[in-house]
Design a protein around this ligand. Structure first.
Ligand SMILES: Nc1nc2c(ncn2[C@@H]2O[C@H](COP(=O)(O)OP(=O)(O)OP(=O)(O)O)[C@@H](O)[C@H]2O)c(=O)[nH]1
Ligand SMILES: [Zn+2]
Length: 380
């Protein structure tokens, strides 16, 4: 069965497997506080994520800088506003502290984190970000860290020398930007087994792994559905708290088990795609931060924004790719979220029907469900 690829997609250029793997290695480096070199057409930077930043890391940044006075903390607009940058209006802003020679990692960490109480606001100049700094922020998001980085400009002519001397990775910004698409395009089936489920005994579980060795996405195939008619599908984003430990903050647990039961009851089979997009793509640690902000009065969308994330950071190519490889080109999708329809269609999957997938509130998640309806366009 072939999938149609919309014309707009053919223009997207994909990064190579080597570039994909470099980004993946940089993600791991960033998570442990290592410095990354990022090169754009115009400039180059060295960057460390703020979350694992140490004073030793700061010293290394200063030592490699073209000019140590240009050290910058790149952080989300909402956070910049809270720090006194009243004109902040683009996604991310760069703060250059006046006491650049003495500023320490604790101070930078407090400035960057909306959950920490601020001791003093920075005396600083502000500027818009460069594209290489935006790429470093994207890398921090891929690393599921807080999207805040400390960067310095480096001499593009010396970047290879630095990389060799300090054992650092060099990334081109377009590799970071192309990572998610390429990772999804590289998914390959790596194992499968029969797994009888409580409400669906005739079930196979198939695992797909991306070429960079990242997290596997899972297809749960119930009752071997036919491929020549639209297949009943649920795209389920991972939710450790809701799926596994029965959290009442969301509706994920009932939706996951409900989808399995409904597909099984249909008598025609179907597929649950279990996508590793915890917290709408921000990761479990950041989702817990978002919950803590919600306990201070933010709704689920504003909490994401406070942390520097979009309301929803998910991508749908992994789902489309798994369906394609399993031989399905047309779906009936169990969801209340119109973005899932658009996401699948943009990757060439025909959506023949939306099947509502609503469960009653448990009391704790009433405001969450109301926000999804009123602000995220969910169809309840
Ligand atoms: N960032 C963030 N993620 C949340 C929050 N509550 C739940 N999630 C995540 O949201 C995702 C829920 O995804 P889905 O079950 O696919 O639901 P949906 O987008 O609401 O759409 P449908 O259920 O298909 O209608 C999971 O990854 C959860 O971990 C929250 O307050 N903040
Ligand atoms: Zn959930």
């Amino acid at each position: 069965m072939t999938m149609t690829t919309p014309n707009s997609l053919s223009a997207r250029s994909e990064i190579s497997t080597t570039e994909l793997i470099s980004v993946s290695r940089a993600v791991a480096d960033l998570r442990r506080g290592e410095m990354i070199l990022i090169r754009s057409a115009k400039s180059a930077i060295a960057a460390i994520a703020t979350e694992p930043l140490s004073d030793h890391g700061l010293e290394r940044l200063r030592a490699i800088a073209l000019n140590a006075a240009d050290i910058a903390l790149v952080l989300p607009r909402v956070r910049a506003r809270a720090l006194g940058h009243v004109d902040a209006n683009s996604g991310f802003c760069a703060l250059q502290p006046q006491n650049h020679a003495n500023v320490d990692c604790l101070t930078l960490g407090v400035w960057a984190n909306p959950l920490l109480d601020m001791v003093e606001k920075p005396v600083a100049t502000w500027r818009t970000t460069q594209s290489d700094e935006d790429a470093a922020i994207r890398l921090a998001k891929l690393a599921r860290l807080l999207p805040a980085i400390v960067s310095v400009p480096v001499d593009p002519a010396k970047i290879d020398e630095f990389a060799t001397r300090e054992n650092l990775l060099i990334l081109a910004e377009e590799w970071v930007n192309g990572y998610e698409d390429a990772a999804a395009g590289s998914l390959r089936q790596v194992s499968e087994a029969r797994v009888p489920l409580e409400n669906a005994e005739n079930t196979r579980v198939v695992a797909f792994r991306p070429a960079d060795g990242g997290q596997e996405h899972i297809a749960i195939i119930i009752d071997e559905p036919a491929a020549d008619v639209p297949v009943l599908v649920r795209l389920h984003s991972e939710c450790f708290t809701g799926d596994l430990i029965g959290s009442l903050r969301c509706d994920c647990g009932p939706q996951l088990r409900g989808a399995i039961a409904e597909i099984s009851a249909s008598g025609k089979g179907g597929i649950v795609l279990y996508l590793r997009q915890e917290g709408r793509g921000i990761g479990l640690v950041n989702k817990l931060r978002a919950y803590a902000l919600q306990d201070r009065g933010f709704d689920t969308l504003d909490a994401n924004e406070e942390l520097g994330f979009d309301a929803d950071e998910r991508v749908y190519r992994p789902a489309a790719e798994m369906l394609r490889q399993l031989g399905f080109s047309s779906v009936r999708i169990l969801t209340n979220n119109p973005e899932k329809l658009r996401g699948l269609e943009s990757w060439g999957v025909e959506v023949s029907e939306r099947v509502p997938h609503k469960f009653p509130s448990n009391g704790h998640n009433a405001f969450y469900l109301q926000t999804k309806k009123e602000r995220a366009g969910h169809l309840f």
